[in-house]
Ligand binder design. Structure first.
Ligand code: ADP
Ligand code: MG
Ligand code: ZN
Length: 474
């Protein structure tokens, strides 16, 4: 029996206004090579100056993961040549990063938790982009020098499920802190997965393989499955030592395989040394006080939802998984509805109707409207079934809830006088069944309810009908 061992490196692009070491803007949809200057083009003599906003956002992240913030940190130079990196080195933090030793809690569906330790989070500069067009390759340096925060976990994850939970939690924290867009498809949240296996019970770490550039949760899951299968098979066939080596592999979604990209560089290959163009970075007590102020995080919000709304841990973790979702849910709750209904109408009914690029942030039915609709079920104005019809209508047209209920004639009859008349009619018309029911055929009760619902064309409040019939039939 084998155990899977996984550690993650996540590169988060920080959403600062300007780049890491110069004042070029960080926006990307500009003409190629226009957001550049002597510093990010690495022209001789140009010197880097650290962007304070990067320090601020890194400290926010460090605070959110209960990490140590180093009062003094340093930048290091990592040498390598790529066409999209004109300096032929990357400025990063190897020996003393800004953030060290943090932790992140993941929540399982059964209500249990696990702590994943975080080794470090360090600041580094992004490279530019190579654009390949036919025979020609072009370089766009607009992205060169954009700030990244690389968050490195300990090898604490034991399954693809844990990996996805970790990534979703980290993603949520970044969005809650508003320190990055964390958009996987656009590359502002890049995940490298380090995978190894070992016999269960063994404490030792075996050879890890790094899989790079996987841009969706689904592909990450798949890449892990494939890599674990490859390593397990090699072990079982007795060729583990020959076939599994420390290397970087690519996930090919078309061929459904991982494939060797390059052998793993050793630290020595990079000729790391302290960056001579930058001073040490000092975080003063005053800066610490300001930069470590952070908004309510997913875990705190979750605990508050559990307490205030009486939700289960898991349900609370679902609605706090993104800030947008949490806002939406809380706005619905302002209508004074039950958390259970709010959750179902948000995650099942509304999200089930959102297609393509439409999500809760640009949904045609906003939180207030959906909350109001649920309110109308809870105050017995309409049935749940009718509410679905109203929601369908609201998805198409920007109308108000009560107006649609009236226009579609969906109001439930809860007026007992009117309902009693209907019940009397049904009882009078079905005397034989009344006898049978009173004679002990309990199952017939449903028949009477059904008849009243039919006569009322579905508009009768079933709960009220139940009560009236119970009283009248004895
Ligand atoms: P590098 O930059 O060389 O990739 P890092 O120290 O930045 O090295 O990252 C190493 C990552 O690999 C960490 O996330 C760590 O948890 C993980 N890791 C280390 N050893 C193993 C292993 N045997 N199996 C799985 N993951 C591992
Ligand atoms: Mg790495
Ligand atoms: Zn610049």
């Amino acid at each position: 029996m084998f155990e899977v061992v996984i550690g993650l490196e996540v590169h988060v692009q920080l959403n600062t206004k300007t780049k890491l070491f110069c004042s070029c803007p960080t926006s990307f949809n500009h003409k190629q090579n226009t957001n550049t200057c002597p510093t990010c083009l690495a022209l001789p003599g140009a010197l880097p100056v650290l962007n304070k906003e990067v320090l601020h956002k890194s400290i926010m992240l460090g605070t959110a993961i209960d990490a140590t913030i180093n009062k003094t940190s340093f930048f290091d130079r990592k040498s390598y040549f790529y066409p999209d990196s004109p300096s032929a080195y990357q400025i990063t933090q190897l020996y003393t990063p800004i953030v060290e030793r943090g932790a992140l809690k993941i929540d399982f569906e059964d209500g249990s938790h696990k702590i994943i330790r975080i080794n470090r989070a360090h600041i580094e500069a992004d490279a530019g982009k190579n654009i390949h067009e036919g025979d020609i390759s072009k370089v766009d340096l607009n992205r060169a020098g954009t700030p990244l925060l690389e968050i490195v976990s300990e090898p604490d994850m034991r399954s693809a499920e844990e990996v996805i939970l970790y990534l979703k939690k980290l993603h949520a924290i970044i969005r809650y802190l508003d320190i990055g867009d964390a958009n996987m498809q656009e590359g502002s949240f890049r995940v490298d997965v380090n995978v190894s296996i070992r016999p269960k019970g063994d404490e030792k770490l075996y050879t890890r393989v790094e899989i790079k550039n996987i841009n969706s949760f689904r592909f990450i899951q798949r890449a892990i499955e494939l890599e674990v299968a490859r390593q397990t098979e090699a072990w079982e066939d007795g060729v583990y030592a020959e076939e599994i080596c420390q290397e970087t592999r690519l996930f090919d979604q078309v061929k459904q395989e991982t494939r060797s990209m390059r052998g793993k560089e050793e630290a020595a290959d990079y000729r790391y040394f302290p960056e001579p163009d930058l001073l040490k970075t000092i975080v003063t007590d005053e800066m610490m006080e300001i930069y470590s102020k952070i908004p309510e995080l997913p875990d705190e919000k979750m605990a508050r939802f559990v307490k205030d709304y009486g939700m289960s841990d898991y349900n609370a973790s679902v609605v706090t998984s993104s800030l947008e979702m949490a806002h939406f849910f809380e706005t619905m709750m302002e209508e004074g509805i039950s958390a259970k209904n709010a959750l179902t109408w948000l995650t099942v009914e509304l999200q089930g109707r959102l297609k393509g690029d439409v999500n809760i942030t640009n949904s045609p039915v906003d939180a207030k409207k959906l909350g109001h609709l649920v309110k109308r079920i809870e105050d017995n104005t309409i049935s749940g079934k009718a509410a679905k019809e109203v929601l369908d209508k609201l998805m198409e047209e920007n109308l108000d809830v009560d107006g649609v209920i009236d226009a579609l004639g969906l109001k439930q009859v809860s007026d007992t006088g009117a309902l009693e008349v209907m019940c009397d009619e049904i009882i009078a018309a079905n005397q034989d069944k009344v006898e049978q029911y009173r004679g002990g055929k309990d199952k017939l009760f449903g028949f009477f309810v059904g008849q009243v619902m039919k006569v009322s064309k579905g508009s009768a409040n079933p709960q009220a009908v139940n009560e009236i019939l119970k009283a009248k039939l004895g």
